[in-house]
Design a binder for this molecule. Sequence first.
Ligand code: DC
Length: 228
Amino acid sequence: MENKIVVAIDGFSSCGKSTIAKRLAKDTGYIYVDTGAMYRAVGYFGIQKGIITETTINEEKLQKEMENIKITFGNVNGEQHTFLNGSDIEKKIRTLEVGNAASRVSTINFVRQAMVRQQQLMGLQKGIVMDGRDIGTVVFPKAELKIFVNADAEVRAKRRHNELLKKGEKVDYQEVLDNILERDYRDTHRKESPLIRAKDAKLLDNSSFDIELQQKVVMDWFNQIITN
Ligand code: DC
């Protein structure tokens, strides 16, 4: 297809960005890139190597190790998995602990620069749906379709809590809500590429949307651009 575009989806944690992005990629035949998974992979690597503890990050050591962090995506039984230096880490990076480490490393300048560089390379051929926090503002400021997703913090906490329970992680709701509020604060207040809505991003508040309705709205936006 000649007129492939770049779709940039940004928004707060646990607001369903990846559900939207995955479905859109599937329905359009585009490649899906979960940039949060890349920051999670760096967080996971740091924890494994003892570079990240609950209270500290050894930035000097992390910077030296950046060239040893190779993040790729692969298809496993029809699902996209994240690989770190060839190992499938998809399950391991979806915990609260790694989510927190990801949020902390994502405030570091050299980490962001390395991730953004890789993400821009992935989008050179277009035909890509990428989700994250800075995709429409920093990674692809010229993306043809930008969507900024949000939902009430309580709605997001309930969704994330259910997801974690289903995966067998025993956490209480308040802990999940606190975690979401803490991450919202960090994502929007960090110095490096804070989460903000690009001026030309379409706003999607899905607090009271079901997945089908949400997908229809997004597909309509996509088709409007493709046919223009
Ligand atoms: O979307 P997620 O929860 O998997 O992302 C994990 C962390 O990575 C999140 O706290 C914010 C950060 N992140 C970022 O700073 N920039 C991105 N493009 C994607 C994620």
